[in-house]
Structure formats: C-alpha cells, structure tokens
Design a protein around this ligand. Structure first.
Ligand code: FES
Ligand SMILES: [Fe+2]
Length: 451
C-alpha cells in the first residue's frame, strides 16, 4: 500500500492549499528499519555529538529571558556551557570558559551582568566577549597575551522570540535550517510571552526515545487512557516539513474515535468548556459539538481578555499544534501559551536524557485570567510572569511533579529503552501515525553522514 492511500485524518479539508493549517504535501521517506545501536552505543553517542549536536542550530532559550542589556542565561549541553546574553549590539553567545586557564566563568543559571569576572584569577570580560582586564598584566610576557584573548563566540540568532545557537564555526543561516514556513511560529508572538515555569528532569532513556514518544499520538489510548474523553487521538493530522521539522495537530475538546460514546459531555469536556468561557450547565450540544463551542467561546471573549485571536484559524483556538524542530525540540503551540520542550542528551550516558520544559504565557489584559486548566500549571504559579522563577531541577529518582500524563511517559520510557537492547528486538517498525519519527531519522541519518 502506498503511503498516500493510508487513511489518516485531515483537520480542515477546506483550508486553502499552502496555508499553515493545510495538510502538507506528503514526503516519501521510505520504509527502512534503522540500526538500533544509535540508542545505546557510546560510539554512536560520540559521533552524534561531533556530527549532529555541535553542528546544528539548537534552541538555547527565549528572548523573554533577555529583555535588558546585560541579561544572560546559561545553555548547558553535555560538556559545554554557553553564555547567552543581550549586549548593546543584540543577543550574543560565548563559550562559558575563561581564556586564561579554562575555568568555568559564570556559575549562576541566569542574571544580569555587564562584566564577567573569573573566579580563579579575576580576569574580567565585557559581556560582548572582549577582554576587559588581565590581573597583574605586567607579569605576563607580552606575546602570551598580545592577541587580547576574549571569550570564544558561538553562532547565535533569534527567530520568533526564540534564541538559537550553533557550535559550528560556519553554520548555514538559521532561517533555512528551521524548515517551518514563514509566519508559522511568528503568529504566536512568543517574544511577548513570559516564562512562568521551567522544569528540567532526568529520564531513563536515550534522548531519541523521548523525542519519539512525543512525536506521535498512537500511544495515547493505552498509556494515557484518561485523555480518551477529550482528545481526538485518531483524528490527528501529521505534517512533514523540510529539514526534519514536522507537526501534528491534535484536536482537543472531542472524544477519541476509539470510544463508543460520542455524545456524553464528560467532566473533562466540561472543564474545557469552562476554560473557554462557556457555562457547561447551559450547553445544549453533545460531545461532538464541544470543540466548536470552545472556538466560538474563545472568540467571543477575546477582546475583553486582550487575547488577540485575529491571526489564528479556528482550529488553533481549540487544538494542540505540536511542532517539532530538528533535532530535539517540540513546541506545543496555543494562542494563550506555548510549551517549549527540549530533549537534551546526558553528559555521559546514552541511556539517559534531560527533559527540559518551559511554559510561556501570553499576557492577558484581565488580571484574573488563568490559562486553561488542562495545561497543568500548579495553582501557586504566578501567571503574570512578573517574577522569573528559577528552573526546577529533578534527578532521575525524584518526582518532578509534571502531572499524570508526563509521569506515565517517564515511567514507560526506560522500559522501552531496556527492551530495545534485547537480542530479540530487531529495530523499530513505524506506521504512518509515526511518520514524524521516520522523518526525524531520515534527517538524523543525513546529518550523521556528513563529513
Ligand atoms: S582561569 Fe580565569 S583568570 Fe585564571
Ligand atoms: Fe505520552
């Protein structure tokens, strides 16, 4: 059977071709089964570092954390620590090492500094990377320091409020590497959003097992049965873009087609109605009408809340546009908030990774507005974002308090990881609901094959 003839959902068949909502033309990625060693081999991990991680544009953070000159944060990946900072000339990035003897220069995860002073011998550097002062300079032979050793720059660029870095000395332009159409991320105005929560937890599998689990909704009915009443897990539209980027549109506010009862408005659906400003007690429709009611309810109160929905299609108001950027990011895009998830490799162990997630909220006019409850923000979180909370860090033994759905994933992934090691397992067999996984691997193979 040709991939084109396999029945999969299209969210809005009337969406004009070429529009952001339209089903993208399919891409033939073949049917190959890839070598499973990439999930646990240390050799592969090292090659992946040299050929892929250190030569790809990676999301280092968001501009919301760099509002003022001198604001900085650290982006840590494997053995590298990178300072990302707003200078007078714009956002810049540098390796976080002193040019004297290599000491890690900055230790705080975030802050505001115009000058970085080394904790070893107090050399100092301006935040644009230039050398400021060498302690006891007269005690150095002039040729040792004649080149005025500043900080080593890392390529850095921004797009739609997101800050990217690339450790390659001659990287391709960021815009070309993203693969997403013009206007796709820009519509969410992430540059106006505030970070309200940032959590980093350690999980027990290779980072790719993490990416893969978040790139499909095929597992929802078994692993997350509680989503059956509110997510159309079989009505998902999967789209592939160039450069390994991809998307799935998961309709929310409708029962899974896998369940028999398509009429009863469940407690979960009632909650979603309430979140959209619709009183469920007066709601006349069936479960099948809830998604539409959410869209209309949100439009109706948009002006009062100061949430400008004018640039969004109806589907974007109700559904989750889960958007993947190669190699290690998925952004859950909603007009009121985005979830920025990064799957970061462990320093030494190919069978662990860090699941790093930031929640950003669009500032509503109404101070009492709370983003939808299903987004799972703890009650005590200040959604105004006035106070940037510190990143919560959790080791593999700790419960990161990520909520039921994510706990189900984090419990399952080590089981997948272990099984893949078995002699009896020959490699992954992906269906078309998993076409984003195959697309990701085609891009990974392409990068790994580069000299
Ligand atoms: S290592 Fe930084 S001043 Fe010596
Ligand atoms: Fe999951």
């Amino acid at each position: 059977m040709n991939a084109n003839t396999i029945p999969l959902a299209v969210i809005n068949p009337d969406a004009p071709p070429g529009s952001l909502e339209a089903k993208q033309p399919s891409i033939d990625n073949g049917t190959e089964c890839y070598d499973k060693a990439g999930y646990f081999s240390r050799d592969y991990m090292q090659r992946e570092w040299e050929r892929m991680w250190t030569r790809s544009w990676l999301i280092a953070g968001v501009e919301a954390d760099l509002l003022h000159v001198g604001d900085f944060f650290l982006f840590e990946i494997r053995e590298e620590s990178i300072i990302v900072t707003r200078t007078e000339e714009g956002v810049r990035a540098f390796y976080n090492v002193c040019s004297h003897r290599g000491t890690k220069l900055v230790w705080e995860e975030r802050g505001n500094k115009k000058v970085f002073v080394c904790p070893f011998h107090s050399w100092s550097f301006n935040n644009n990377g230039t050398l400021r002062r060498i302690t006891d300079e007269e005690t150095f032979q002039p040729e040792v320091i004649a080149h005025r050793p500043g900080l080593t720059p890392v390529a850095c660029d921004t797009h739609a409020g997101i800050v990217f870095i690339n450790m390659d000395e001659n990287p391709p332009p960021l815009r070309e590497s993203l693969g997403l159409p013009q206007g796709y991320l820009e519509a969410y105005q992430i540059d106006r959003m505030k970070v309200v929560r940032h959590v980093r937890s350690e999980w027990g599998s290779n980072w790719k097992v993490g990416v893969e689990a978040f790139y499909e909704s095929y597992h929802l009915h078994v692993v997350h049965p509680e989503t059956r009443g509110v997510m159309g897990d079989l009505n998902v539209q999967y789209d592939l873009y160039p450069q390994g980027a991809s998307r799935m549109i998961v309709p929310l506010g409708q029962p899974s087609p896998r369940i028999h009862d398509q009429k009863t408005v469940s407690e979960g659906l009632k909650m979603m109605l309430r979140d959209a400003g619709v009183d469920p007690s007066g709601f006349q429709g069936t479960a099948a009408d809830v998604r539409r009611a959410i869209q209309l309810g949100k439009r109706e109160r948009a002006d009062r809340l100061g949430l400008d929905y004018g640039r969004f299609q109806d589907g974007q108001l109700s559904d989750s546009w889960a958007t993947g950027i190669f190699p290690n990011v998925q952004i859950g895009c909603h007009p009121e908030a985005v979830f920025l998830m990064r799957f970061l490799p462990h320093e030494t162990d190919p069978e662990r990774f860090y699941y790093d997630t930031m929640t950003l909220i669009f500032p509503a006019k109404d101070p009492d507005y709370r983003p939808p409850a299903w987004m799972g923000l703890p009650e005590d979180i200040d959604v105004s974002g006035r106070q940037r909370r510190v990143t919560e860090n959790y080791s593999i033994e700790q419960d990161a308090g990520l909520g039921q759905v994510l706990s189900q994933d984090s419990a399952l992934l080590p089981v997948v990881q272990k099984g893949m090691r078995s002699r009896g397992f020959k490699g992954q067999l992906w269906g078309e609901q998993e076409q984003r996984l195959r697309h990701f691997h085609v891009e990974l193979e392409r990068r790994m094959a580069q000299e």
